[in-house]
Design a protein around this ligand. Structure first.
Ligand code: UDX
Length: 439
């Protein structure tokens, strides 16, 4: 199948390479020349485990990259994979990149083509796009993406489920919708043959599935972080609490790690855009709890600054703080709404001397937060530090040797923002250890 993928970011680049690895002929389109140049040279323009290997394995016969929308002509299926960031100063999603992507490919669409929306959009967007596409003879399918950064290749090739939102009239899929579905089934023939569950539904449900899933995940994290607040007030241990409630299969242990909370390019902006959309639909009460989910999450960052102040005898002014981690989570170089950098910047603003380290995200972090100091290794960041904050749980930070790190710091004070260190081991090595929601 000839396929085009519009938008070659964390989602699109991985999707394009994955579809080529399934045997399709794929062209990836992006407006960013530097990104396209890197991909053409077989380099991943961002850090995503497995993507360089996938690009090398696929080669350039079936997978090409371009900034020229004309090269999408002849493709039968067009995946829209551009970002939908939060609108500046508002909760709504900014759809300008979706609009631009559709405008770019529109002149090259042929009747019978399928446009597949993967970007996360406010419910109602697909219906509008489908109507706009009608004169071209192309059909829209809404096919939300659930990939996690750091596991994007595996999540794309072996997703937990595939969701199709098809055009319907009175609850029945239109003939054009059925024809489009047959094409998308052919694109996904390999994963479908693996038995991956397929949910076929309408546009509205498909769009809602994505934001509902992310809202649930965000709620789970904020739930456990709310419990962490209770644990802090009572001397209880949120990690043991999460283990205990997580044994109940109805609850499950995943996404119950208390700490600095969620960040990234998806969960924070998706729950906000969802609230904004609910307001427009006149059902804001239904999602009022997400305000609380957001508030609990943001409070964790403030709490961490307070903890730093507590262990530094009441003030962080002039104190040297080492922050381990800049990415919003391990195995990513993505710093969008990173809790680690948010805390680092707050501490710097409040008068601390902050040095940040990260195995992959320093280049991105430096571009955005130029007044922070950066170091290449945890040891360099922690030299003469009054306090060390583990903010992103990279394996190399989980595995740090408290004795070795203790040699370079000025004071052995460890703030574990992800509750991944063994308090007993660090305390035995002479450190003051503070986790989040742990005694
Ligand atoms: C998320 C969804 O998981 C994915 O399905 C969707 O398509 C996009 O958004 P991603 O943003 O890559 O993926 O990261 P995820 O692994 O979900 O983590 C999100 C944030 O939550 C991170 O900052 C992470 O550190 C935090 N988190 C996660 C916790 O604080 N505690 C947990 O228990 C789990």
């Amino acid at each position: 199948m000839r396929i085009s993928v519009i938008g070659c970011g964390y989602l699109g680049a991985v999707h394009a390479a994955s579809m080529a690895s399934l045997g399709h002929e794929v062209v990836g389109l992006d407006v960013d020349e530097a990104k396209i140049d890197a991909l053409r040279a077989g380099r991943a323009p961002f850090y995503e485990p497995g993507l360089p290997e996938l690009l090398a394995a696929v080669g350039t016969d079936r997978l090409t990259w371009t900034t020229d929308p004309a090269h999408t002509a002849g493709a039968r299926v067009h995946f829209v994979c551009v970002g939908t960031p939060q609108m500046r100063g508002e909760f709504r999603a900014d759809l300008q990149y979706v609009e631009a992507a559709l405008a770019a490919i529109r002149p090259y669409l042929a009747p019978g083509d399928v446009v597949v929306g993967k970007s996360t959009v406010p419910v109602g967007t697909a219906e509008r796009i489908a109507a706009e596409l009608e004169p071209t003879g192309a059909t829209l399918i809404w096919n939300p993406e659930f990939l996690r950064e750091g596991f994007a290749v595996d999540d794309t090739l072996h997703p937990d489920r595939i969701v199709y939102g098809l055009p319907t009239v009175d609850g029945v899929t239109t003939p054009a919708g059925e024809a489009a579905r047959a094409l998308l089934d052919a694109v996904y023939a390999t994963p479908l043959a693996e038995g991956i569950p397929l949910v076929v539904t309408d546009y509205a449900t498909a769009q809602l599935v994505k934001v509902a899933a992310n809202s649930f995940l965000a709620t789970k994290i904020s739930f456990v972080n709310a419990m962490a607040e209770l644990c802090e007030a009572t001397g209880a241990d949120v990690t043991a609490l999460a283990d205990a409630i997580g044994h109940d299969v109805r609850i499950g242990r995943k996404f119950l790690n208390a700490g600095l909370g969620f960040g990234g390019g998806c969960l924070p902006k998706d729950i906000r855009a969802f609230m904004a959309r609910a307001g427009e639909l006149g059902v804001s009460d239904a999602l009022r709890f997400l305000q609380e989910v957001d508030a609990v999450n943001m409070r964790r960052r403030v709490r961490m600054v307070d903890l730093a102040r507590e262990v530094c005898d009441g003030s962080i002014v002039g104190r040297r703080v080492a922050v381990l981690g800049a990415a919003f989570k391990p195995n990513s170089d993505d710093i969008r709404d990173s809790p680690a950098l948010s805390v680092a910047a707050q501490m710097q603003l409040q008068g601390a001397h902050v040095t940040v380290t990260d195995p992959q995200a320093i280049t991105n972090a430096r571009t955005k937060w130029s007044d922070l100091r950066f170091a290449d290794t945890p040891e360099a960041a922690a030299r003469d530090a009054d306090v060390v904050l583990l903010a992103t749980e990279w394996t190399q930070y989980r595995d740090l040797d408290p004795h070795a790190l203790g040699q370079v710091v000025a004071h052995r004070r460890m703030l574990d923002g992800r509750n991944v260190l063994d308090p007993a081991v660090w305390r035995a090595a002479g450190w003051t250890y503070r986790g989040m929601g742990r005694p």
